[in-house]
Design a protein. Structure first.
Lengths: 955, 92
């Protein structure tokens, strides 16, 4: 165990032990520990195997930024062990190593070197022969990759709540700068949200001994009314919308003003075997000690180019490590920190840096030397026994969000890195992200940003000029030395990594440059540098330095790669949302389930396809009676003095001359004359029409109708009644008898004719009855309030049971409709089909006065024979073609297709609808259907197969 | 794409609450030539700049309204119900 005595501001609760398992073996920690801090405390130093070479890797950052400790947790891959808290019973499993983390056979790819080493190896080696790529791919995919996607459905499902939050100011980052900014803006009256990726606020300040100050700042922020989201990374910047992921909630935050206080990312150093477990960022080592009371090692060599490394060295020394410091700066910054290092008795080697890490699978020694400007060792240097090499390669501002939001990055040699300029309006940078690195400056810059954000909202903050003055007078940061692209002792052994995520070495970047990939964007694509899970946080600057050294360009010219979201890793499930099945069920749906219906999707609806016996159900309709739930039909009430005029302009046929209580079938067309929907229009009174649409089409029809209504400025209203009104179709020779027993209405053929509508009570429920039918039999469509639908359904089923009535589903209805050659819009028509092509020439009234939607296009169409027509067909040989099978033209070329085909039990033959070339669209014409190798002869018919004259329907 | 729109009935909402109805255009007043008809049906100006366009408050009051928006920046200049919309050029 390497747990320290209680540390001021530690996050762990020693009174709450937590047990979990790692690779099946028991592990323990305390509440507040991360996976890595708990395992580290237990002595583990190897946390992963690298992507390509399967080299052992230890912890790097300690704060959820690196990819060195990704684990598989209960099915989810890629979980960051250095920020993921442990929970009782958590099962943690390593990734990318077989058979175990400590012994991985794929390490051979690293040891043998050879063919696996060069960059671009995959591109060059596996490109030929092409036909073998699928085989290569299978092998390569299983050798590469990190973690395994869950296979079990329950492990794949995510439940994410979406929350939209509008606010005045969003502050990203909850360190000293962010807290100060949020507090200032909130105290000036702004509605402020602050988010931070860490579970505990405070950022660097909390780790560097300022936890008391953090507590004060946080308290002030809460008192000022700031909404604080912790454990909540901001994922990116999307035109002002910032998604913030917090556990099972995705906050979609839209703010007027943004303060980005995302801090800075401590950079690694590049030297031979700089990936050995035990090479860690000095801030990461310090964080293990300060936040989790874990002693990161016994003997440390701290290699630094800035004051932060010196400060970390003091902190490590204070918790009992034996420390040697190698500072690249000839004067170690020349500040008071160097003095404190010496005063603490710590060996300080100025102008030195680490040129090589040594050890077998973990750090055992560091080779430290003076180096020249290009990083080459001057002399042999000295070797220091150690188990920790803590590095501080300078700080890179976490600029990604600022750049995504429109800022521009420029190189600033004095900080050996990039800073952001030209922030667009409404965007403010504060703290280390704005280039401030001393605690006081960080906090003051935050307060200024908060005040400026409030000022942009029209508040009048006081004291901003004073604060700026104060900020300007604060002592400047100590100079930073620019680390060389690679520090080297000239030895050939060992790999010097610029990107640990992707196993990209200095050599890889050099080789890519020689091959012509001499810009950072090209190099990135060829070597995959910066493309790993840490999104270039630790590799962008080192890669740019190698490229600059190779090409002779300065870093400002090499630049950075484009900043793109997501800035933080996010599971796909969070973005994909929860597994919502937006199922609509009719008011009678329970009855279908009770009857054992086969329920299937029909658009958004769950519908009864059959009740187990589609043939018997269709026979019952024709022999006695049947009832089908058609509540899914769209139902619109069109009302107003101009209602008739509106419908005349929307339908190609006439509606305004429809008498009250009469019904007419109609199709709607687009301006291009193509069929968009169909249904019936029933006139209730002078100013009221009841319009039905297809089940799937109602939303589109309503949108289109209301749009034209607005455009024309007619006096009418459209109300969608679809959900409130249920409908069922009672059909069959016994339908009249069944209905008569349930109502006082005179249902005789003389009093209630085909295409009549009536209001009447059925079983005591006020209903509207439409005498229409698409199944070919005498039929009534009964519309009633949804709340009463089960009652009406039950009454009809009970009354009908004496005469053999059966409920029937969609499938028998398809057969019955097909016998009548009734077209189903969307099944038998496509987006190119006109009423003429669909054989509905009669429905287009070009002689009517009004303009109507599609009129001009239809006038044009009417003057030309359509290339294909929709006709019925039978197959004399009895073969059932697949829907979608090709209809051949006279020259044998594909010219049409089968849109519907069924075996009709009543007719004892195969019937269908198909688009066929116009030349073959006449009654009795022979066509050939080509269906997956079969050639099927078929005969065309344009008349319904059943009751062609409609006598049954009208009876 | 992400921005805010103000429904004249309901107030300001995320754009994902709305359906886009396309740029405002005018239906020919009388029978167009084949070329005019083709242009009317199939051609759009696709302006890089400010355009007048239709929006539908799909997840709200379901009203249609007009907006003027800069297609380059998604800056919305105004929204209004058709009756209240400022008179303006209605592009051919
Ligand atoms: Zn609205």
């Amino acid at each position: 165990m390497s747990r320290l005595a209680q540390q001021p501001g530690e996050r762990i609760d020693r009174s709450q032990p937590v047990s979990f398992t790692f690779d099946g073996k028991p592990a323990a920690g305390f509440a507040g520990d991360t996976i890595v801090s708990a395992l580290y405390a237990g002595g583990r130093r190897v946390f992963s195997r690298s992507f390509k070479y399967h080299r052992p890797r230890g912890e790097l950052c300690g704060c959820g930024q690196c990819a060195n400790s990704l684990f598989q947790i209960e099915g989810a891959p890629g979980i960051r062990g250095c920020s993921e808290p442990i929970r009782e019973g958590l099962r943690v499993v390593h990734q990318n190593a077989w058979p175990s983390l400590d012994f991985d056979v794929m390490r051979a790819t690293d040891r043998v070197g050879g063919p696996f080493t060069p960059v671009g190896f995959y591109y060059k080696t596996f490109i030929r022969p092409r036909r073998l790529w699928p085989v290569y791919e299978k092998v390569l995919r299983s050798a590469a990759g990190l973690g395994r996607l869950p296979r079990r459905q329950d492990e794949r499902e995510w439940e994410t709540e979406y929350r939209r939050r509008r606010c005045d100011v969003l502050v990203i980052g909850g360190g000293a700068a962010g807290l100060a900014a949020a507090t200032r803006a909130a105290e000036l009256g702004a509605d402020v949200v602050l988010c931070d990726e860490d579970a505990v606020l405070g950022g660097l300040l909390g780790i560097e001994g300022g936890h008391e100050r953090v507590r004060e700042l946080e308290g002030r922020a809460r008192d000022a009314g700031v909404e604080i989201l912790s454990g909540a990374p901001a994922l990116g910047f999307f035109d002002g919308l910032v998604p913030v992921w917090q556990g099972s909630t995705l906050h979609q935050v839209r703010a007027d003003q943004h303060v980005v206080a995302t801090g800075a990312i401590q950079q690694p150093l590049v030297f031979a075997d700089n990936d050995l477990p035990g090479v860690m960022l000095s801030g990461g080592a310090r964080r293990l000690a300060a936040a989790y009371a874990v002693k990161p090692g016994e003997r440390a060599v701290v290699a630094t180019v800035d004051d932060r490394g010196l400060d970390d060295a003091l902190a490590l020394s204070a918790v009992g490590l034996d420390v040697v410091v190698a500072d690249l700066r000839p004067d170690a910054g020349g500040g008071e920190l160097a003095g404190r290092i010496r005063a603490a008795g710590i060996t300080l080697l100025t102008g030195h840096t680490v040129v090589r890490a040594q050890g077998r699978d973990r750090v055992e020694r560091a080779v430290v030397a003076k180096v020249d400007a290009r990083g080459r060792a001057l002399g042999d240097g000295s070797t220091h026994d150690c188990d920790l090499i803590a590095v501080s390669g300078g700080s890179a501002g976490a600029l990604s969000l600022l750049l995504q939001a429109g800022g521009r990055a420029i190189y600033r040699p004095e900080i050996a890195g990039f800073a952001v300029t030209e922030l667009p309006a409404g965007l403010h940078a504060a703290g280390a992200a704005a280039g401030h690195d001393r605690a006081e400056a960080v906090e003051v810059s935050g307060a200024i940003a908060g005040a400026e954000a409030a000022a942009a909202l029209g508040r009048s903050p006081n004291g901003v000029a004073d604060a700026r003055e104060r900020l300007a007078q604060l002592p400047a940061a100590a100079p930073v030395a620019t680390p060389p692209a690679q520090a080297s002792d000239g030895g050939r052994r060992g790999k010097a990594f610029v990107d640990l995520d992707e196993d990209v070495t200095v050599k890889d970047i050099k080789r890519a440059t020689l091959e012509g990939y001499d810009s950072l964007e090209l190099s990135k694509r060829y070597t995959t540098v910066t493309m790993g899970p840490s999104q270039g946080r630790f590799s962008q600057l080192p890669a740019a330095r190698v490229l600059a050294a190779e090409t002779g360009l300065d870093l400002g010219t090499v630049g950075l790669t484009t900043a793109r979201p997501p800035w933080s890793t996010v599971p796909m499930g969070v973005l994909a949302g929860r597994p919502l099945e937006a199922a609509k069920r009719s008011a009678v749906h329970r009855r279908h389930e009770e009857l054992g219906a086969t329920v299937r999707w029909a658009g958004d609806w769950r519908r009864a396809y059959d009740y187990g016996d589609p043939v018997g159900e269709s026979v019952a309709v024709q022999a006695a009676a049947g009832i089908i739930d058609v509540s899914t039909l769209g139902k619109l009430l069109v009302r107003g003095p101009d209602a008739g005029e509106l419908l005349d302009r929307l339908y190609p046929n006439r509606m305004s001359n429809l008498a009250p209580d009469r019904i007419r079938y109609g199709v709607t067309t687009s301006e291009a004359g193509r069929i968009t929907d169909d249904g019936t229009v029933c006139r209730i009174d002078d100013e009221t029409f009841y319009v039905t649409t297809t089940s799937a089409g109602v939303a589109g029809v309503e949108q289109s109708f209301t749009w034209w209504l607005e455009t024309w400025g007619l006096n009418a209203h459209i109300t969608d009644l679809t959900q409130g009104v249920a409908a069922m179709n009672l059909a069959g020779p016994q339908a009249r008898g069944v209905l008569t027993g349930l109502t006082d209405l005179d249902c005789s053929a003389e009093a209630f004719k085909y295409l009549d509508a009536r209001h009447a009570e059925i079983a005591g429920v006020p209903c509207m009855l439409l005498r229409i039918g698409f199944v070919g039999e005498l039929g009534y469509e009964i519309h009633c309030p949804s709340v009463n639908a089960e009652h009406v359904w039950d009454a009809i089923v009970r009354a009908g049971s004496k005469v053999g009535l059966r409920p029937f589903g969609l499938e028998p209805q398809r057969v019955l409709r097909l016998q009548k050659l009734h077209v189903i819009v969307g099944q038998d028509t496509d987006s190119e089909m006109t009423p003429y092509g669909a054989g509905m020439d009669w429905i287009v009234k070009l002689d009517k006065q009004q303009d109507f939607i599609g009129r001009w296009a239809l006038e044009h169409t009417a003057a030309h024979e359509p290339s294909v027509r929709l006709v019925g067909f039978t197959t004399p040989g009895g073969e059932l073609p697949t829907e979608g099978a090709v209809v051949l033209g006279t020259d044998g070329a594909p010219e049409g297709q089968v849109t519907s085909a069924r075996r009709s039990p009543r007719l004892g033959q195969v019937i269908g609808l198909a688009t066929v070339p116009a030349a073959l669209a006449g009654d009795g014409a022979q066509i050939w259907i080509s269906d997956a190798g079969r050639r099927i002869a078929a005969t065309v018919t344009t008349k319904p197969f059943y009751d062609p004259e409609g006598e049954v329907l009208r009876s | 794409m992400s921005f805010l729109l103000t429904c004249p009935n309901c107030g300001t909402r995320e754009v994902t609450d709305f359906g886009f109805g396309g740029e405002a255009s005018t239906r020919p007043a009388s029978r167009p030539s084949a070329r005019e008809l083709n242009t009317y049906i199939y051609f759009r100006r696709n302006a890089a700049g400010v355009q007048r366009e239709w929006w539908h408050h799909r997840s709200g009051c379901r009203a249609w309204f007009l907006a003027e928006r800069d297609t380059r920046t998604n800056h919305v200049i105004w929204t209004a119900l058709p009756a209240d919309a400022p008179a303006g050029q209605t592009p051919a």
